[in-house]
Design a binder for this molecule. Structure first.
Ligand code: ES4
Ligand code: ZN
Length: 326
């Protein structure tokens, strides 16, 4: 129908995307073969059948195992390029993607191998597909703050190629306060900061991310709605939330998309954006996230335009680039 067509053509941003979460089963098997890695599944269908998650941790276990096929610079390039082509088909004009260096360095893959492959694809994506980009190094919160400092140490020679840092992985029991000193150091180094908070964790973790990590955005943040003072603060300071609707359903944060509070976030004046998180695992890229929300919540064109504008506002593109899309 006309609305689906219009929505497909709407210029979009993607501000919450784990590049390791774009590893499709087909590519996982192809890279396993190329690299002589044996996967614990006989074929693509058996692997896909295992994507039946009941919470964040059950997903993360598979996500970290899957990343084990990524060994060479070419692997990271192919992964990122496949994502960019997919994003381009959804009319994504700007991406800010996460990568998890600790997932790779712990396996003996050098920091610069992952960085170089991802960056080279992003540079090609800008030249050939017109997709602007930023790159965000995520620290794994289930590991220690010292491990995070070690990852930052490895990144120091490459900081001209990294735009910001984030905080991801298992939220329960790993509050933002665990990383206060690490993020203070990142701030000193001139790195922008974001953090996953209020996905499975409580609204208090969102407060901690703001007050202790001084973040520019909150990744997920849907549980902020449990705290009216926090909602007012986020609205007043225009701190964006990078919301991932299909992710929230797959990981059982909400039962169905019809129960998702995306419209409520807009009604409360929050800078909510739509993103895909780990699209190879959660059943949809950014276009499918938009279409599924538009359908399940019967979003108006005005609401959809607001979400698109929020993505531009929340992004770290420069002002000239923002002006192009407003
Ligand atoms: C993640 Cl959905 C989600 N939450 C936290 N950490 C992650 N890493 C990759 N996907
Ligand atoms: Zn995420």
């Amino acid at each position: 129908p006309a609305r689906a067509d219009w929505l497909r053509r709407l210029p979009k941003t993607e501000l919450h995307l784990h590049i390791e979460g774009t590893l499709e089963p087909e590519l996982m098997f192809a890279l396993a073969q190329r690299n002589g890695v044996t996967l614990p599944y006989p074929d693509v269908d058996a692997l896909r059948a295992a994507y039946d998650f009941h919470n964040l941790q059950s997903f993360l276990d598979l996500y970290y195992a899957g990343a084990g096929v990524l060994l060479t610079e070419a692997d990271f390039y192919d992964l990122t390029w496949a994502y960019l082509e997919r994003a381009h088909a959804d009319r994504v004009v700007h991406v800010e993607i996460f990568f998890d260096p600790q997932t790779h360095t712990e396996r003996g893959v050098p920091f610069e191998t992952a960085l170089a492959g991802i960056r080279r694809a992003l540079v090609d994506g800008e030249a050939k597909l017109g997709i602007g980009f930023r790159l965000i190094l995520c620290f794994l919160r289930h590991l220690s703050e010292d491990a995070g400092f070690a990852a930052l140490e490895q990144a120091l020679p490459y900081l001209d190629r990294i735009d910001g840092v984030g905080l991801d992985s298992s939220e329960h029991g790993h509050p933002p306060e665990k990383f206060e000193r690490l993020f203070a150091r990142c701030k000193q180094l001139g790195l922008a900061r974001v953090a996953h908070a209020g996905e499975e964790g409580p609204a208090d973790y969102v407060w901690q991310a703001i007050r202790l990590l001084d973040v520019a955005r909150i990744d997920h943040g849907v549980r902020a709605l449990e705290d009216d003072t926090l909602v007012a603060y986020l609205a007043e300071h225009r701190i964006p939330l990078t919301v991932c609707p299909l992710s929230n359903i797959k990981l059982r944060v909400f039962d169905t998309l019809a129960d998702h509070p995306l419209r409520t976030l807009l009604e409360r004046g929050l800078v909510a954006t739509v993103n895909s998180d780990d699209p190879a695992y959660f059943g949809g890229y950014v276009g499918e996230n938009w279409q599924a929300c538009a359908d399940a919540l019967d979003l108006t064109r005005a609401e959809l335009v607001q979400l698109a504008k929020n993505g531009i506002e929340a992004s770290w593109m420069d002002d000239a680039a923002k002006a192009r899309w407003y």
